[in-house]
Design a protein around this ligand. Structure first.
Ligand code: SF4
Length: 299
């Protein structure tokens, strides 16, 4: 295996294939409601980040039932990860978050994932989540560790609170899945190398590498249409993935290499190819070049 795939990890850990069920909540985030910013990140669409949502207007129990039935009928699934995906799930009172978790938890649920921003993770919340008797994963959109680029996408925080959050999450023994966009406009290979070094340093368990997608109606869509964005091609993106994988800790779980956004919702995604096509092509490249995760890892 050239890199540590999430599907492999799940099979090894839970003994069978595990399916993710997205749950959609009404909500917002501090970068949209004026607490730290308005309008949100330039890469954010009106519904918040998260495209795999179904039955958004329905109560949680109904969403759970519909999504489970759909997956059960299609795949005969029996184990699930519940993912509260859109906006910032952790931007709520601790009591409310625990209530959400308990509403979806069950014997067939192996993990619960919560979308998170570093500025919404109080010690009280982290301690409470750590005490919960099931694995909780904080899905944190970091994008890159570059203050200038974070300002350009109107992230509403710089790198410092991300690192502080990593330290505190580690202190409480919780799991982080960091989301990165290695081809954010203006980013270079140095940003990729810096990102993997930081993830290694903090012992981050999981990463989702998203290629840039441009949601219709977003602020970045206007920049894209005006020709203002510095975009790289797929081969340059492959180069960045390769260098990331070579340097990643051998145990780091790589959940994703490319964005998965529906064509109808985006102006640009994956250079007009499917993520499966790109993943297959990239994996052949790893095989041809005999590249393995961690071969250049440095403690
Ligand atoms: S933090 Fe997430 S939900 Fe909030 S504006 Fe940025 S991408 Fe959207």
């Amino acid at each position: 295996m050239h890199y540590r795939k999430f599907s492999t990890y799940l099979r090894q850990t839970y003994g069978e294939k595990v399916y993710k069920i997205p749950i959609s909540l009404d909500g917002t985030c501090p970068n949209r409601d004026g607490t730290v910013g308005v309008g949100g990140c330039t890469i954010c669409s009106e519904g918040g980040i998260g495209f795999e949502l179904h039955h958004a207007a329905k109560p949680i129990a109904e969403q759970l039932r519909l999504n489970k039935n759909h997956i059960l009928n299609k795949y005969r699934a029996s184990k699930y990860i519940i993912y509260f995906q859109n906006y910032t799930t952790t931007y709520r009172d601790t009591v409310e978050i625990v209530d959400l978790i308990t509403q979806v938890d069950g014997e067939d649920v192996v993990e619960i994932a919560l979308s998170a921003r570093p500025d919404t993770l109080s010690d009280e919340l982290l301690a409470t989540l750590a005490a919960y008797p099931k694995k909780i994963v904080l899905e944190m959109g970091v994008q890159l560790f570059n203050d200038k680029l974070l300002t350009e996408i109107n992230r509403g925080h710089d790198v410092a609170p991300v690192l502080d959050a990593f330290e505190r999450i580690n202190h409480y023994g919780l799991t982080t899945c960091v989301h990165l966009i290695l081809n954010l406009p203006g980013a270079t290979m140095d940003d990729t190398l810096q990102a993997v070094a930081i993830l290694n340093r903090y012992g981050i368990e999981r990463v989702k590498l998203h290629s840039l997608y441009i949601p219709k109606g977003s602020a970045i869509a206007q920049q894209y249409l005006a020709g203002e964005l510095e975009m790289i091609g797929p081969m340059d993106y492959y180069d960045r993935l390769e260098e990331f994988i070579k340097r990643a800790h051998p145990d780091m779980i790589i959940e994703r290499l490319f964005a998965r956004a529906p064509e109808t919702d985006s102006l640009f995604c994956n250079w007009d190819r499917s993520w499966r096509f790109l993943q297959n092509e990239f994996e052949r490249r790893l095989e041809d070049k005999q590249i393995y995760q961690g071969e250049m890892y440095q403690a």
